[in-house]
Structure formats: C-alpha cells, structure tokens
Write a protein that binds this ligand. Structure first.
Ligand code: PMP
Ligand code: GLN
Length: 425
C-alpha cells in the first residue's frame, strides 16, 4: 500500500516517538539520573488506547481505536444517577458496595446463568472491571506466582501482574483460517508448579472471540486438576452475536468454588466512563479481592452504583437493541474492510474485530496504524500491544465498531480510498 507522501511520513514519524514510550528510559537534559518510574511499570508506558485516541483527536480522524460508544448513554441510567446526586447520596457508600447494586448483581447472575451468590458475602462492587481484575491479582497472588492469560490479552492484565510482582504466562489463541481458537493442550502446556491463577476473558478483547463450551470444558478440567484459581473478565457477557451464548466458566462442574467472575456496567449499558464493576466469588476468594480493593479506591461513587443497579434490572430492555446495532455495525465495517482488501477475522462478540494486514502491506501493525490517519483519516489499534511478544501481533490491527452508524459509514468510505493509495480527506 502506498503512502500519501513525505509529509505524512514526517508527521507519523513524530507520533512514533510517542508510541509506547518507556517513561523510565526517557533521557532529557533535565531528567534525573535515576528513572523515577519504578522498574515494574516503566516498560508499560502510556496505554495504546490513550495514544490512539490522542492521535485521532490530533488528526480529526474517525476513532475506531479506543472502545467506547459515542452516545450519551441510556436515559434511564442518567436519570437515576442525577436523581441520586440531587437527593444527596454523595458521601462514602459502604466499602463492599451499595446494597441495591449487590442485590441486583446477585439477581442478574441467578437469572441469566443460574449462578447463586449471596449479596452479603459473595459480591463486591469495584471501580470498573479494571479494578476488580487488579484487586484479584494483587489480593490472590504471591510475588513470583505465574498468572496464565490468553495471548493476546487486554492490556491492563500484564501491567497488574507486574505490579503484583507476579509473572505473565501466555496461553496462545490461534486463528485457524475461519475463527479464533484456543487449541487443545495449549493451556495445560503453559502450566508449571508456580502457576497460581488463570486470568480468562470471554468474550475476548481484542479478538472478539467467544470461548466455546468445549474450550471451556478443557479450561475447567485443567484448572481443577492443577488447583488453579480462575479470574474471569466477562465485561462483554451480553455483547455476543449471531445467536451465540456466553457461558460463564463458573457454571461448569466444580468451577464456582475456584472462580472470581468479573463484569461491569460500562459495556452492557454503554457507560464506559462510569467505572462501576463487580466481582462474584465464594467468600474465601472474595476476601483476597476485597483486601486489595479497600486500599485502592476504597469505594465506587454511590449515585453511579444506583444507576448501574437500575441498568441490571432492565438488562434485556437495554441490551437487545445494542446487540442488534453492534452486529449490524460489525457487518458494515467487515464488508468495508474486506472491500479495501483486508482479510477480516470477524467478531463473535465484543466491540472489536481484527484484520490481518500482511497481505496488503509489508509494514508492521504499529507503523500501519500510525500512518492510517494520515492516509485516510481513520484510527485503529495495533495488536502488538496485546501480546506477550509484540512480534506475534505484528500483522494484526483491531477496529472498534461500537460507534455511531454514521461514524462507521464514514470510516468505511475513507478506508475505501486506500485502494487507490489513500489520501487525507
Ligand atoms: N476488561 C476488558 C476485556 C475490556 O475490554 C475493558 C475495556 N473496557 C475492561 C476490562 C475495562 O472495564 P471497566 O471500564 O469496567 O474497568
Ligand atoms: N477497553 C477499551 C478498549 O479495549 C479501552 C479502555 C481503556 O482505554 N483503558 O478499547
């Protein structure tokens, strides 16, 4: 694929200096001799999502990078939150969460999956799923423990494993030509006598994969045999397409007792900025999660917890039209990308699909994503950011379709111009 010229190269080159910087290694005349950022976090730099959104704003591009919807969020949730603020619910709520939300989470797990949790002892409200995952890793792992995770994985997992002084142990997902799979034997092969915990994610970011019942059965079998704790991030639990069903790993035989199930309001109810999440687990597992959470944020804003509870009570009413809209956006984007020459690895769920750029360009995904805004005014996310070995994702790019229909249409129109070499709109 041809670049639109030197100017584009120059500007993208400036951006490249910003991509994934390692703050501990940035040397300037006034920089202290010793890096200030601790060595555990220095390698992580600024998140790829923040960087790509900054690039989208800077270039006026359609932002199919960071996964957030463009609308204001459901009226029902906004009204409940505003009313709670106006009524004065503005002081610290209980550390474990407001009763209304604890009960709504327990009811949701029962109604959706037949999973029974006691809202008094087995549910914990957190500052988004991110804090629930962080608290689980920090509260359940010893330094040096190995944390198994799918590879690629959502970016916060590796960072929090590093914060805990634990070790990332990748379990590769592969694309078999038709879909993403967890090949039989891969999980078992990654287990060692230091393995403590499996950090699972389905529906999966960034691939859009939904783990099948057979894959989950094998996961459960390995976890039972090696006595692993499972921390499962199910934030996209309702965002599954084409009649698929999300199966929580905790529903499999012998798994509830070893599993921390995590979700949040952000994706199900299109309020990603609210950061209201929760974890469900038996008391002895939840104790570790709570031990960490109480010293991270301590509590989550009460008005937003009340609104999330209202969302959970209206799950189907809110989620059904969203799933339809997302599936239709996915189809339009996939068609547009395929039309522009990219082999698409279609999404079974989530906000995301991936494309393999290797048939279209010799560039790696980072270089490609840095150029894309200058070539056609679209921002996407390079997948190396999600892999233990960035090389493994060098040809993979993630596009988010959780945007307004008009944004997807505009992006498709702009991507179509790549066929002719691309030019800035
Ligand atoms: N887990 C996954 C897999 C995600 O994609 C995201 C991004 N939204 C999160 C967790 C973060 O969720 P929250 O905003 O509730 O912290
Ligand atoms: N989960 C969102 C994504 O994958 C981003 C969240 C964030 O910016 N940390 O795009």
């Amino acid at each position: 694929m041809a670049s639109s010229g030197q100017a584009a190269k120059h500007t993208a080159g400036a951006a490249l200096g910003r991509l994934m910087p390692t703050p501990g290694q940035v040397a300037t005349a006034s920089a202290p001799a010793r890096p200030r950022t601790c060595s555990r976090l220095a390698p992580f730099g600024t998140t790829i999502f923040a960087q790509m959104t900054a690039l989208a704003l800077e270039t006026g591009s359609v932002n199919l990078g960071q996964g957030f919807p463009e609308g204001p969020g459901p009226e029902l949730l906004r009204q409940v939150a505003v009313a709670a603020i106006e009524e004065g619910d503005n002081q610290y709520p209980p550390g474990v969460g407001v009763r209304e939300l604890l009960e709504a989470v327990a009811l949701h797990q029962q109604a959706e999956y037949g999973l029974s949790y006691d809202p008094s002892h087995e549910v914990l409200v957190t500052a988004g799923a991110t804090e629930a995952v962080a608290s689980a890793v920090l509260g359940l792992c010893e330094p040096g423990d190995e944390v198994l995770m799918l590879d690629p994985s959502y970016d916060s997992y590796a960072a929090v494993v590093a914060m805990a002084g634990a070790v990332r142990a990748p379990v590769p997902l592969r694309y078999d030509g038709e879909r993403w799979v967890l090949p039989p034997g891969e999980l078992e092969a990654a287990v060692t006598d230091r393995s403590r915990l499996l950090l699972l994610n389905s529906p999966h970011n960034p691939t859009g994969k939904v783990l099948t019942e057979d894959e989950l059965k094998e996961v459960a079998d390995v976890c039972r045999r090696h006595d692993l704790i499972v921390v499962t991030d199910e934030v996209y639990e309702h965002l599954v397409f084409d009649g698929r069903r999300h199966v929580p790993v905790a529903t499999l035989d012998g798994m509830r007792e070893r599993t921390v199930t995590i979700s949040s309001a952000g994706k199900s109810f299109s309020v990603t900025g609210w950061k209201v999440g929760w974890a469900c687990a038996p008391p002895e597992l939840l104790a570790g999660v709570r031990a960490a959470k109480q010293f991270l944020t301590y509590v989550t804003p009460a008005p937003l917890q009340r609104a999330a509870a209202a969302g959970l009570r209206a799950t189907h009413q809110l989620v059904s039209p969203l799933v339809e809209e997302l599936a239709s956006n996915r189809d339009l984007l996939a068609e547009g990308l395929a039309g522009a020459g990219f082999p698409v690895r279609g999404a079974e769920g989530t906000y995301f699909l991936t494309v393999d750029i290797s048939e279209v360009t010799d560039e790696d995904a980072v270089g490609f994503c840095l150029q894309l805004p200058y070539r056609c005014g679209v921002v996407a996310v390079p997948c190396p950011a999600f892999y233990a070995d960035p090389e493994a994702g060098r040809h993979l790019v993630r596009f988010a379709f959780c945007k307004r229909r008009s944004s997807i249409e505009e992006a498709v129109e702009r991507l179509g111009r790549l066929r002719g070499g691309g030019s800035r709109p």
